[in-house]
Design a protein around this ligand. Structure first.
Ligand code: 13P
Length: 251
């Protein structure tokens, strides 16, 4: 049985006070947990403060990005060890905004995934097609290419530690959610790819989150699909009540 996992990606929003208030509100309501893994991923400059606000709760801390090198002259970058040092357990890697706005490639994401795993972080690896790619019937090709490129060189043990987030680019921040059937089709294909590339155990173990305009009113239908194991939530994770409703939809 895969344990549901709901993570909030706060992207480049919040100030210090609102980030701490949001984290405290979520921590209070989640408490010791209820069978659903929950994490929040604030901007990196607030990781430390948010981590402190989460102390004693079951809510995990995640970063939105990292660099693959362990240390050195890499101005502006943050290493996996630094993320662990401020209390992170998770790191989002290969988010579509990093791929499409900041030019990250599958090879870049792959280096980060390997470095995160080596350091003991849980990578949340994002894949997803654009609208043009979907309309051209290329969704499965795109997903397969991103999967094999971003996760190259992982052995079965490493694969079992990662989380995949399927985030169709056309559904992110647009209010256009994939239907439960559209999302389930891709999640099913992703699981099949894992069985093909590894084995049944890997395919059945790895959790696959859906992301893209997940809201309280569509979460339960998405999360009830057999191969959707959680959600990576943007906008609706910035309000305690709506994030809690989404978490309730996974329980
Ligand atoms: P929205 O939930 O705001 O569409 O964002 C999804 C996302 O990109 C999460 O990583």
């Amino acid at each position: 049985m895969r344990r549901p996992f709901i993570a909030g990606n706060w992207k480049m929003t919040q100030d210090r006070a609102s980030a701490v208030a949001l984290a405290s509100g979520i921590a209070q309501r989640v408490g010791a947990g209820n069978g659903v893994d929950v994490a929040v991923c604030p901007p990196s400059c607030y990781l430390d403060a948010v981590g402190q606000a989460l102390t004693g709760s079951a809510v995990g801390l995640g970063a939105q990005n990292m660099y693959h090198e362990p240390k050195g002259a890499f101005t502006g970058e943050i290493s996996a060890a630094m993320l662990l040092d401020v209390g992170c357990r998770y790191v989002i890697l290969g988010h579509s905004e990093r791929r499409h706005i900041l030019g990250e490639t599958d090879a870049d994401v792959n280096k980060k995934v390997l470095a995160a795993l080596a350091a003991g972080l849980v990578p949340i690896v994002c894949v997803g097609e654009t609208l043009d790619e979907r309309e051209a019937g290329k969704t499965l090709d795109v997903i397969r290419t991103q999967f094999t490129g971003s996760l190259a060189g992982l052995d079965a043990g490493q694969m079992k530690q990662i989380v995949i987030a399927y985030e169709p680019v056309w559904a992110i921040g647009t209010g256009k959610t994939a239907t439960p059937e559209q999302a389930e089709e891709v999640h099913f294909d992703l699981r099949k790819i894992m069985v093909d590339c590894y084995d049944e155990a890997v395919g059945q173990t790895v959790r696959i989150q859906y992301g893209g305009s997940v809201k309280p009113d569509n979460a339960a239908a998405l999360l009830s699909q057999p191969n959707i194991d959680g959600a990576l939530v943007g906008g609706a994770s910035l309000d305690v009540d709506s994030f809690m409703e989404i978490i309730a939809g996974a329980a």
